[in-house]
Design a protein around this ligand. Structure first.
Ligand code: C2O
Ligand code: CU
Ligand code: CU
Length: 499
């Protein structure tokens, strides 16, 4: 069993210099293709959005086509634009020969339209959920949540973005022209075999989950986008199965984070790099008024784990005078395009935190993975002899017949969560929550807004304050789980009702 020293522990420890050997190009290619912008489907008129789940083909690599899955596209799905106060009608059609459940990640909707594993759509069948959108503006997403197959189906392409607007966000001076100065940036990593096909195996996945060696942005390797020479909003989604990323710009320029998973922050937070866990969304504003090309880096967090990095990773990279790693996305300023140049609003939205007296109860969750070499305990071994690990929460692996927690609607609760081993992005359905503590410490300003993912480390309790306003029945319960999809598929998930 390998002990994984996490970046957070490293940051707290030594200030040793980053070793040059770590700077390996993530891609060998120069920017060759335009950033694909998933088709925008405006669903605010309440008409059903046709979402056809099917097989596809994509030329990710030159000269070969890769077999994929997609949702009304060859790979990934359209961006669905909806609005607070409207009904979002979805019309899924499953044309695959296997069942698929598609979950609306980040949506505050009842369990029967949440798209958990109980809502599996049989081969050839349809599913037409109608969702009342009652939550504030946010960047959410949808993806496969099929029992035991989420990792594989997301890897092959079953995911897409959902954008929620509201009056408050309309009233703020933020770039909002989709595909022009408001861009979806879906980060994923994939490994291709020698014939250009995706390589994936749940049973052979190492304990940290399935990592790919090639980064895709909206399904393209190292693309570029021509954007106005002004403020650009990036809706960054870490849509990877397992990998944590450090997102930064190659010249070390700062940017402003304006939104986390559940919506806008109270004020923009200036940053030069941000860590993103699987499932997490961050909206950022980067300024291209200087006319210079901005290269977005998506560094593999695990590459830097075991090294001593003092302070900022991007500053360390620049400070040792090495060329930065190849960009994941190149933003080229085009002065002929109409630019958003006004100042960024000083404040964004008001975030109401409940008082201590309003928190009615506390629940504890402990995430565990037994040792990889402890086969006597796990009982199962894959055909290659790799031990399958038991992935559990509070000692139990996901069982679709067991309701693990029963929650009352409309009541604030404190959830305390810890990991016994490793780093896990904990996600909860049907809500956004506020982080109260990360490993015992107060969250930094950019983590003080609404969230639905919380990164746990094996160094103490993290705490969130959460309330559920919608029903989830025993037939259609909500899930809480680790968003490393291989951990989820191996059982690091539980079910709860809201009544
Ligand atoms: Cu994005 Cu239950 O997941
Ligand atoms: Cu979710
Ligand atoms: Cu995990």
């Amino acid at each position: 069993m390998s002990f994984k020293l996490t970046r957070r522990q490293v940051l707290a420890g030594s200030g040793a210099v980053l070793s040059a050997g770590l700077i390996r190009p993530v891609w060998a290619k120069t920017p060759s293709s335009r950033l694909p912008i998933p088709k925008l489907v405006d669903a605010t008129d309440g008409n059903p959005v046709d979402l056809r789940i099917g097989e596809g083909q994509m030329a990710f690599l030159s000269g070969v086509s890769t077999r994929t899955l997609g949702i009304s596209q060859n790979y990934l799905g359209p961006t669905i634009r909806t609005r607070k106060g409207t009904t979002l009608a979805l019309h899924y059609q499953n044309t695959l020969s296997e069942g698929v459940a598609i979950h609306g990640h980040g949506l505050h909707v009842p369990g029967d339209v949440d798209g958990g594993p109980q809502s599996e759509i049989a081969p050839g069948a349809e599913w037409k959920p109608r969702l009342s959108i009652v939550q504030p503006a946010a960047t959410c997403w949808y993806h496969s949540h099929t029992h035991g197959k989420s990792g594989e189906q997301v890897y092959r392409g079953l995911a897409g973005m959902t954008i929620i607007d509201d009056e408050e966000s309309d009233g703020l001076e933020l770039p909002n022209r989709y595909g022009v100065d408001d861009l979806p940036v879906i980060i994923q990593d994939r490994t291709f075999d020698t014939s250009g096909q995706f390589v994936y195996s749940l049973t052979e996945a190492p304990e940290d989950g399935w990592y790919g060696d090639t980064v895709l942005i909206n399904g393209a390797i190292n693309p570029y986008a021509n954007v106005p020479a002004g403020k650009i909003r990036l809706r960054v989604l870490n849509g990877a199965n397992a990998r944590f990323y450090i997102v930064a710009f190659a010249d070390g320029r700062s940017f402003f984070k304006i939104a986390s998973d559940g919506g806008l922050l109270s004020a923009p937070v200036e940053m030069t790099e941000m860590e993103m866990s699987p499932g997490e969304r961050c909206e950022i504003i980067v300024d291209l008024e200087d006319g210079k090309t901005a290269e977005l880096l998506t560094l593999f967090e695990d590459d830097y784990d075991a090294e001593g990095i003092g302070g900022s990773l991007i500053q360390s990279l620049l400070g040792i005078g090495r060329p930065a790693p190849a960009p994941a996305l190149t933003l080229k300023a085009d002065p002929s395009l109409k630019a958003h140049t006004g100042p960024l609003p000083k404040s964004l939205v008001t975030i109401h935190r409940p008082g201590e007296g309003e928190i009615a109860r506390t629940r504890d969750f402990i995430l565990d993975m037994s040792h990889a070499d402890d086969t006597s305990h796990t009982g199962h071994t894959s055909h290659t002899g790799h031990a399958m690990m038991d992935m559990t929460i509070n000692g139990a692996a996901m069982n679709m017949d067991v309701i693990n927690e029963r929650v009352s609607r409309g009541v604030w609760e404190r959830w305390r969560i810890r990991s016994n081993q490793g780093e896990h992005p904990f996600h909860v359905h049907g809500c956004s929550f506020l982080i109260d503590k990360i490993s015992g410490a107060p969250p930094p300003p950019d983590q003080q807004g609404w969230k639905d993912t919380l990164v746990l480390d094996d160094d103490g309790w993290s705490e969130m304050i959460v309330r559920f306003d919608h029903l989830a029945t025993e037939q259609f319960p909500y899930m809480y789980h680790c968003h490393i999809l291989e951990h989820e598929d191996r059982g690091m998930m539980g079910q709860f009702t809201v009544s």
